[in-house]
Design a binder for this molecule. Sequence first.
Ligand SMILES: [Zn+2]
Length: 211
Amino acid sequence: MILDPSAVPGQVAFGSDLIARIEVAAALVNELATDMAGGRPVPLPDSDAEQRARAERALHAAGWPDAVTDAEQARGLRELAGKLRPIFAAVHGGRTGDAAALLNELMGASGAAPHLHQEGDEPWHLHFHRPDAGFVRGWTAGCAVGLAYALGSGHGDRLGVCAGPGCERVFVDLSRNGSRRFCGTACQNRVKAAQYRARRRDAQESRRGGI
Ligand SMILES: [Zn+2]
């Protein structure tokens, strides 16, 4: 799996479809199963309309044009997000065996099965579910297979939970050196600023101590 296809110029990015599914998994967790972000509590969606909008936002953020057309689909994706969070947490906490067991369970429950699909004259696409799986089971299979592929190809450490205090957002680290620790620059800057303040305080205290 090439988690950063651009790292190998000219090489075919066979993994890009799977990466897109891993990004959906992270986006679903952040939109529908995260109640602390950037050091602040964030309300989870409390209406069908809000749930639907956020589910759709997660798919679009990861580059998928799919519409979430009804409340049942949105509820299904929220339920899926709740099952994906412990997988990110287990990998991040070094409990790879727990993550693998959860993924096997999710792949089994979704009836994940590779299936080549073509619409009209479009190129063939590899799906990870049967054509009659339905929207939620389809996404469950896609997210589970994507994460399982990351884990099973030695890239589990690319799945992370933000290191910022009071932030439970998750991410997929697609950086070249795999050193990402934060959900975004806001948390990174917040932690840097806190470290700077702490250093200044320590320096002031040691100056006072020296008088
Ligand atoms: Zn964060």
